[in-house]
Each structure stands twice: as structure tokens, then as C-alpha cells.
Design a protein around this ligand. Sequence first.
Ligand code: GYE
Length: 307
Amino acid sequence: ANPEPKPVRELTEASPIKIGFAQVGLESGWRLAHTNSVINAAKEENIELIYENALQKQDKQIEFIRQFIASKVDFIVFSPVVKTGWDEVLLEAKQAGIPVILSDREVKVSDDSLWTAYIGSDFVEEGRRAARWLVHEIDDSSVPVNIVELQGTKDSDPAVGRKQGFEEIIRSEPNYRIVQSMQGDFTLQSGKKLMLEALAAHGSDIDVVYAHNDDMALGAIEAIEQYGLRPGRDIKLISIDATRAALKALGTGKLNFVVECNPLLGPQLMKAVKDYMAGKELPMKIITSEGVFTQETAKRELATREY
Ligand code: GYE
């Protein structure tokens, strides 16, 4: 899906590689770690990075991408807030001969030659891992399992994939029921607000919360405590990312299981950019390998976790 290979220009100190990076927002601990990783990796490689932050607004992201095209960057990198609606602006980038690298979220466009490479995680698999743990943990097909799902940003790649993978596994468990599935935006505040609503509707009938990221799970923990129940005991919680805050919550028993999603994509991104400039063809998808954490295994990881 690489666009027309453009003549690789001679790189000198005076004309370093220039990347326009349209970050999606400031919504989560994961996101802050990702931003820092990209900025630091660019510095390390003497790559010029123009950083813009769209604060979870698609029109802002499109505006920044257009600015990058106008200022003739060598690469455009962005983490699309939602999957669809990118065809037009990506066609403009392609026509300008600027390769686009998707960092951590994919797009759905009519023509996949509009983007060059995707670097990030397999969200469907993350959802499956979350559900597999639950099925294994409960290990009883006679008890009803009532689940509240706190989804990430509507129509975003991680929210769609994490929902799909989770449902795929619990579909064959007749005693499992998603009693409420709500759309948030990956922030702690949205997780807390939605969980308070779910508790008002279902109270102590809720057995499990499946949150699409740590921040929403941390918000749900606050809501459960405020409601007078014990997170991790009265209601089990599962989340995705594995930031320090979540590993700590595993350690105190308020969270039960976390699927890892790696935000430290900066070095791989810079490598891809340099490879492309050197005339190498990039793999279309560069998928990061990731683990999972339980209350027992979180502690050791915490000692070295940077974010
Ligand atoms: O899981 C969430 C963030 O796109 C993989 O976005 C990323 C997700 C991450 O806000 O915390």
C-alpha cells in the first residue's frame, strides 16, 4: 500500500527528516506516554517533529494534516480519533506525495493505498484476552455473570476492536450477559460518570466491569466506592493498557486483570521513517507484542514500568 515511492532526498544536518504529528488528544495515561515516546524518539534521531494535538476532535486533526501538507513535511503521522471520514484528506496527502503512518489506531478508507503503514496493537486480540481471563477466572457455567462494558470513543479503532474480541469469546458462555454497554471517551471522568449511571440502574447485580482502558476503569473504581461497594471484590474489574496507575490498582486489589497495550511506539515509528527514507518497503502492519497482568504479577512489572 505504499504510495508512489518518492525520490529519496539527500539528508543533511541542515535538512533533517520532517514529520508532522497530529496527536489525537490528552485523554489517558497511555496517551501521555505515547506522546512522550514519539517526541523523545524524534529528538534521539535528530528528526524534526511538528507536534499538534487535536483534543479528540476529528475536524482539528484534519486541519492539522492539511497544514502539514501545506508545509511539505516528509511524513504525516497521526492517531485517528475515529475510523472513518479520512478519505478526502488522505487523498490530498497522497497527491502531495507525502506518506502517512498511522500510529496506534487504524482507519477504514475505500483505498488502502492512502496510508503507508500502521504501527500499533491488535485490539480484537486484546478484547479476547480480557474475556478469556474472565471465563477462566469464574470457571462456573451455572452462575449468572452480569457485565457492564465501558467503551472507548465511539467508532474509534480500539473501542470497536476491544468490543468485538470480548463479545466473540463470551458469546459461547450462556450465563454471561452484558447488562449495559456504554460509550465513553477513554477518560477517567467518563468512566466514573458512566459507572455511576450503571450502578443506579443495576446496583449490586453487577458482577464485572469491562473497561476499554485503564483510565475508565480507574473512574469506575471511584464510582463503585462512592456507591458503597468494594471494587475488585464485590465487582470485578478488567481493563486494557497497563499503565502504572492500573498496576498499582491491581496491587491494592481494586482491579482484577489488565491486558497490556504498549504506548512506547516512538522508536519503532522513527525506524519506519528512516527505513522508508532509505528506500526500504515498509510492512503494512507493524504489530506490537504485549502481555497481561494479574494482581499477582503486577507488582514485579511496577518496578520497571516507565509510564
Ligand atoms: O488504549 C487508550 C487511549 O489508541 C491504543 O487510546 C490507543 C488507546 C488507549 O486513549 O488509553
